[in-house]
Design a protein around this ligand. Structure first.
Ligand code: ZN
Length: 208
């Protein structure tokens, strides 16, 4: 995780580095007693949260009355959770009602979460979307860019095309260079193919 720094928000620019606020947030991460994750995985999630830029955290605190930073809960898997049925394949999810983000070491199908960094950034994207909403300009740009993809990447990105919140969350992770790198669509390819969506999301968040 250390090879990919987060980006710091200075004035209106993102530059490399973590932030003191992000590190303080990372220290508040909770581990589940019901389904413990390995210490190595918990450390990887902490590192991912600590690499987040302060601009992101400001976005959480602004404009929303009574708003607070979500609690990040790390679990081995979703065993014993009421969310297990609807999130069988998920390695993370955002629980907006209770201001929590869950990151799992394994899906309920037993697959290992191989990218906690991309996962953390994606779920935080959901938390931001929960607070700010998703602009119709972003959503139409994302659909346009998705529909121009060649078949392989298009099939990979289909899930994010399924609704505007998924599109926002995944694009959000790429704004900070923390997005997933997969065989059917590398991080660099996503950043190139969805450059208009990334630009629109930055504009919506008031950053550049
Ligand atoms: Zn999602």
């Amino acid at each position: 995780m250390g090879d990919q720094p987060g980006h710091e928000f200075h004035g209106n620019q993102w530059t490399a580095g973590g932030s003191a606020e992000a590190k303080a947030w990372a220290e508040k991460i909770k581990s589940s007693d019901k389904s413990p994750a390995s210490p190595k995985f918990v450390a990887a999630v902490q590192e991912a949260v600590a690499a987040l830029p302060p601009g992101v955290i400001e976005k959480f605190r602004l404009d929303i009355p009574g708003h607070q930073l979500p609690t990040v809960v790390v679990r081995g898997d979703l065993k014993g959770s009421p969310h297990a049925v609807t999130h069988r394949l998920a390695d993370g999810f955002h629980d907006g009602e209770n201001q929590r983000i869950f990151i799992m070491e394994r899906t309920m199908s037993g697959d290992k979460n191989s990218d906690p960094k991309g996962n953390v950034a994606h779920e935080i994207g959901h938390a931001v979307a929960w607070n700010t909403g998703v602009s119709s300009r972003f959503w139409s740009t994302f659909r346009e860019e998705h529909d121009k993809l060649p078949p392989g990447p298009r099939s990979y990105a289909k899930y994010y095309r399924s609704n505007e919140r998924e599109a926002f969350a995944e694009t959000f992770s790429h704004v900070f260079g923390m997005g997933r790198d997969s065989c059917s669509m590398s991080r660099a390819a996503f950043e190139q193919k969805f450059s208009g969506s990334i630009a629109q999301l930055k504009q919506d968040m008031g950053v550049s």
